[in-house]
Design a protein around this ligand. Structure first.
Ligand code: GAP
Length: 555
């Protein structure tokens, strides 16, 4: 099976790149060693693009999803928010099915438009996404060719230069005979593939023309199913919310503006899954569809961009590694009239590059209208129902009235939608990358995962200093008491220093030790993972202290 790929062929890459890859490899190794993440089906060689969360990983990811649900849905305090937000609003949840009526995907646009273009290399047998290949034009010995870098390669990297030299039959010391024409550009700007030296090829023109590849996984519903019973695993959770919009309005007391939230699995048959869990084929999303009056949509768009950005900062991502980037017009999805991405500087990316954590899209009325009228296409500034050669809708909508009726203003309208769409796995990966630290303490390297206490898999570890004099019994009693409310861990094996280190490595923020003094005055030591400071407090106050320590900030 595939290794964990960060950049293809990283044996030859430049120094900075190598350091980054090594840092990432250390994190990947920790994840496996301590049970955060495993390759799916590893004993059979693994399956590319699929991952399993181990005992600690499942807790970490669950904590992230729960923090999101609590901060955005169940703990969302509309009365407090009313003071700062444009107006009071409700947030409710939903859990829709993964397989839905195939017409959902026809009207959403995924059936026709959710594809990537791929190119195959006839020499290396590798497959690439057309838009992910980059390279430079170079002239030598009277010929100009396009030399593609390896995926993730940078301008001026040695590897690309070496391949260009080899192609022109030159030695390293003849590098000045290569005239590089312009900066690194995308393969999408190249019309003539016969001049392209593919990323892992030695001869020219080995890439096939770009071919469309739909990213939805297909399946068959029912034992007798034929092609007409084909269905798809959802590529986003969002559509489950749109098709239930009317059900939610009719069954709960929500009034516009309000949001429907959903957490669940999505599936995309990605052409090049890579960078650990960053681009997987099965992943989890945490999505909100926020329905509002069209006239208010710009201010809600702004509101959600800011609120979601703040959330990542509150949970510990460094502001220097996080940014909010507005999409250019040509980057917008088929439905979007405005999108901003929250991006994180993942360590596996070249310096200065960021990867998407979450998109906040202004989807207008595209989805509800499509599910009413049929698949829409853009005609100038207008969205119109796409028609077939007979002038009928190409993909029929449900024909149901999905408009909203405001019984106070007596207005009937199709709401506009703001969609903050986050990836739970990408979030988890960002928090893992952010947490990983190596520190020098008393001449030794301390490996510590500095998770925010709210998302740390284990909140506190309880240690008897030694296994005698009644310390284990006291520690077990405290453990039993705390376990009712928190994810705590009991460890009585080995020297206390080693036990602390083991907990540092998995990011446990608090260590509580029962020692000789506990037997005299019923106090314990509380050790802080990050500052390494220790304090004493009565054993009877530990639960309350832990509760306060873990309490979320209002977001
Ligand atoms: N409903 C809108 C939507 O799905 P998207 O930008 O395609 O928008 C939203 O996906 C988020 O889902 C991304 O920001 C990312 O965090 C996550 N995501 C998308 N594709 C992914 C993949 N192949 N692997 C892991 N996470 C992915």
């Amino acid at each position: 099976m595939d290794q964990v790929v960060f950049h293809a062929g990283h044996a030859k890459i430049c120094k900075v790149e190598k350091e980054r890859v090594m840092e990432m490899e250390k994190l990947v190794s920790l994840c496996k060693r301590r049970g955060f993440l495993f390759q799916s089906s590893e004993i059979y060689g693994g399956l590319n693009g699929f991952w399993d969360y181990g005992p600690l990983g499942v807790e970490l990811k669950r904590n992230i999803k729960e923090a999101w649900w609590r901060d955005m849905v169940s703990g969302h305090n509309e009365l407090v928010l009313a003071e700062e937000a444009p107006s009071l609003f409700h947030m409710v949840g939903l859990d829709s099915s993964i397989i839905m009526h195939p017409q959902v995907w026809k009207c959403s646009g995924h059936y026709d438009l959710f594809h990537d273009f791929m190119v195959d290399c006839k020499e290396s047998k590798k497959r690439y996404r057309h838009d992910q290949i980059r390279g430079r034009w170079v002239t030598s010995r009277g010929a100009e060719i396009f030399v593609a870098t390896q995926v993730g390669g940078e301008e001026g990297d040695k590897e690309t230069e070496q391949r260009a030299l080899k192609y022109f039959n030159l030695r390293s010391k003849q590098a000045e005979e290569l005239a590089w024409n312009g900066p690194l550009v995308s393969l999408t700007t190249v019309a003539d593939f016969s001049k392209v030296l593919a990323p892992e090829a030695k001869t020219l023109g080995t890439l096939t023309a770009p071919r469309e590849f739909n990213l939805m996984f297909k399946t068959i519903v029912g034992a007798l199913g034929g092609e007409e019973d084909a269905a798809f695993l959802r590529p986003e959770t969002a559509q489950g919310i749109f098709v239930n919009f009317k059900n939610v309005v009719d069954s709960s007391r929500v009034k516009i503006p309000f949001g429907i939230a959903q957490v669940g699995k999505s599936f995309r048959n990605e052409i090049t899954p890579r960078n650990f869990t960053f681009r997987s084929r099965e992943f989890e999303q945490m999505e909100i569809e926020f329905f509002c009056h069209p006239a208010d949509s710009p201010k809600w768009y702004q509101y959600w961009r800011d609120r979601r950005f703040r959330w990542y900062l509150q949970l510990g991502l460094a502001s220097s590694r996080l940014r909010l980037r507005d999409h250019d017009k040509d980057e917008l999805s088929h439905y979007s009239c405005g999108t901003a991405d929250i991006e994180y500087a993942f360590p596996f990316l070249p310096p200065g590059e960021f990867g998407e954590l979450e998109g906040i899209a202004h989807r207008g009325d595209f989805d509800l209208r499509s599910h009413m009228e049929g698949k829409l296409v853009r005609q100038g500034e207008q969205l119109v129902v796409e028609s077939d050669e007979h002038g009928k809708p190409r993909h029929r909508g449900s024909g149901k009235d999905l408009k909203y009726f405001n019984d106070q203003t007596r207005e009937r309208f199709i709401p506009h939608v703001i969609e903050p769409s986050a990836g739970a796995d990408r979030g988890t990966l960002a928090f893992l990358c952010e947490a990983y630290q190596e520190e020098q303490v008393e001449g030794e390297t301390r490996l510590v995962m500095k998770f925010h206490p709210r998302i740390a898999p284990v909140k506190a570890a309880i240690f008897p200093l030694v296994n005698r004099d009644g310390m284990p019994e006291k520690a077990q009693a405290l453990y039993g008491e705390l376990k009712k409310e928190f994810a705590v861990f009991f460890d009585d094996g080995g020297a206390i220093g080693r036990r602390y280190r083991r907990q540092d490595e998995i990011g446990t923020p608090v260590g509580i030790t029962i020692d000789g003094q506990t037997l005299q005055d019923s106090t314990v030591t509380w050790r802080d993972r990050d500052t390494l400071q220790q304090k004493r407090l009565p054993i009877s106050q530990v639960k309350e202290e832990l509760r306060a320590f873990l309490a979320p900030a209002q977001s």
